[in-house]
Design a protein around this ligand. Structure first.
Ligand code: ZN
Length: 381
């Protein structure tokens, strides 16, 4: 254990250089060329470790990168994403920089530092232990920030062949808690069709879509049930054309989150059963389930308890957190594959301009991942 940590600490400067390279290869979710450049760069890094490279080619999205390390036992899947929420050119105003023990830059925290940690985790295991104790697959996708539509089937297929999934998403909060539960996220569009009319000449002939939608929003708002872990947010509404026209159309876009798998269909039914107050209006609901929740199952707790024990050997008090946002870990957990999330970097400001990583924690988090890989009991996982 000590050998792993001191080896990783010795690699700290190199880890920082690697992080800089990844951050400076900007990679927004919607830029295939940029994502593929980053993918090629990472493929070289993983090839140096003896990984077998496979790209899942995509027409529009960036190619997803799978790296296999053959070994004994059932496979451990290490999951991450290459895409960021930052456009190409962001570096001009938000360059990679180091200050006060932190590394800043677009995508540094979410989640390029996590990818760097994983690379050095594997390298440290090879250097210190002479090889990897288990078969390992690394999957780095290119569309996590926009819903993982093209990568989801790949993630799920690999998860089904794995006994545990470790997710390189950022740790939670300044103490770097792991994420043992995540909410499921759905997106609904509620569209109202009314009847347009002149607001002065024919006001009785019109049926206002805006008014109808306003009533619907009040109904939808009541779907929130905090005790149950259900929250809805009609975050966007639009409708109507002019003040002197009774609105013919109005739309609400609603974000809905649940803590438990079973509440997905409960909430879905509620949306599908919305009825117009004014019978001259039509209410149409589209959209639905995006990511199912990552539930804190017994196996998830078992993984976390193991991580907590290993962390304390590294001088780390590890806590667990429940978060509202989803990740690709939600897909693997929903399949019943034990999933531990938040094993990436410690830092702050995901999706914000002050996004940054605590450099000193990178070796220790990499050591934690290495110890988890080593210590996962083959009889249970
Ligand atoms: Zn992320």
């Amino acid at each position: 254990m000590k050998a792993l940590l001191s080896r990783l600490r010795a690699h700290k400067t190199e880890m920082l250089t690697s992080l800089r390279q990844l951050v400076e290869l900007e990679s927004p979710s919607d830029n295939k060329a940029a994502l593929d450049r980053l993918g090629q760069h990472l493929a070289v890094e993983f090839e140096k470790l003896g990984g077998r490279i496979r790209f899942h080619k995509q027409t529009h999205a960036g190619d997803h990168l799978q790296v296999d390390f053959p070994g004994a036992g059932k496979t451990i899947l290490i999951l991450g994403h290459m895409d960021t929420v930052w456009d190409v050119g962001t570096l001009a105003s938000m360059p990679f920089r180091v200050a006060r023990g932190r590394a800043f830059g677009p995508g540094s925290f979410d989640m390029k530092a996590g990818i760097v940690q994983a690379i050095y985790t594997l390298r440290a295991l090879q250097e210190v232990q002479g090889g990897l104790p288990r078969a390992i697959t690394v999957l780095l996708v290119t569309d996590e920030e926009i819903g993982s539509h093209s990568s989801r089937p790949i993630t799920e297929a690999l998860a089904r062949k794995s006994s545990a999934v470790f997710v390189l998403e950022p740790a939670q909060g300044p103490k770097g808690a792991l994420k043992t539960s995540r909410k499921g996220v759905s997106a609904y569009q509620v569209k109202v069709e009314g009847r347009e009319a002149h607001s002065g000449l024919d006001s009785d002939k019109g049926a206002s879509a805006v008014l109808e939608l306003a009533r619907q929003v009040l109904v939808i708002e009541k779907f929130t049930d905090r005790k149950r872990g259900v929250t809805v947010n009609p975050g966007v509404v639009r409708g109507g054309t002019r003040t002197n026209v009774i609105a013919g159309e109005a739309v609400a876009e609603v974000d809905a989150r649940v803590s438990r798998l079973q509440d997905i269909s409960y909430l879905d039914k509620k949306f599908r059963s919305l009825k117009p107050f004014d019978e001259r209006c039509q209410v149409e609901v589209s959209g639905g389930i995006g990511r199912p929740p990552l539930e804190r199952s017994k196996k998830v707790v078992e993984l976390f308890t193991l991580a907590q024990r290993l962390a304390s050997e590294l001088g780390l008090t590890l806590e667990e957190a429940s978060v509202g946002g989803g990740s690709d870990g939600n897909f693997t957990a929903a399949l019943g594959i034990p999933t531990l999330d938040g094993l990436g970097a410690v830092g702050e400001g995901a999706h914000a301009r002050h996004e940054s990583v605590v450099i000193g924690e990178m070796p220790r988090r990499a050591a934690l991942l290495a110890r988890l890989i080593e210590s996962l009991p083959a009889s249970r996982f």
